[in-house]
Write a protein that binds this ligand. Sequence first.
Ligand code: HEM
Ligand code: HEM
Length: 201
Amino acid sequence: MPVAPAPVAPTPGRSRYSAVAILLHWLIAGFILANLVVGWRMGSLSGLAQFDAFQLHKSIGITVLVLSLARLGWRLTHRSPPLPAGMSGVERFAAHATHGIFYLMMIGMPLTGWALVSVSPLNIPTLLWHHIPWPHIAVLHDLPSGPKAGVDRAATNIHLALAFGGAALIALHVLAALKHQFLTRDGVLGRMIPFLSADPR
Ligand code: HEM
Ligand code: HEM
């Protein structure tokens, strides 16, 4: 007599990102948001307070660089959970494009910051988290003063543009996450927050 196959129980949370991806996502998000605030505040400080704020800004920024490279490596070697079946082609494209631009921002912002301090005429050394000496980018630091000034201008402009563009993209990303949670109700927020359900309701 043929035996009916046993029903396959749905695996709870199967559509969630891995613990490593979730941990890196929230660490990076927290550090970037903090650094946007420090970045916009530090210009209005003076003296030692400003020096400390710049060192903090550089410490957070280089930490974001290291974590983002780790996240990129993890992403390239591990599959992301598939997007909810109900998402349209346009939404899928928007999600992938936003994530791709985020990676450019997560890596581009610290790199341009590192470039601009490497060519700055102030030539201030970087000490990460009060303890770890961080070098300037030698190939930029050793440029003659003419090209150095050009790199300084370009890196500063790109750094500031990425900060403004990044802040706008984060706002869109949060709105999209809230829309999925409260309007579409397809469990997308639960893919990135362990204690929320990742199943559609
Ligand atoms: C998550 C990474 C980073 C974010 C979100 C970020 C964001 C910002 C923001 C918002 C500003 C102020 C922009 C303005 O005045 O309107 C700024 C300025 C600055 N950042 Fe960053 N930054 C990051 C990484 C870094 C790194 C890694 C360094 C250096 C190692 C750095 C060095 C600087 C410097 C020197 C300025 C002052 C530029 C100027 O006004 O001449 N940043 N950053
Ligand atoms: C600086 C802030 C943030 C950055 C740079 C960022 C970046 C990213 C990136 C790159 C992804 C794609 C998955 C990955 O490769 O890790 C992602 C996914 C996600 N993020 Fe964020 N994020 C930020 C803040 C937030 C916040 C505040 C929320 C919640 C309100 C959020 C909710 C989500 C959700 C739900 C996903 C999963 C989307 C999906 O499965 O397609 N993110 N985020």
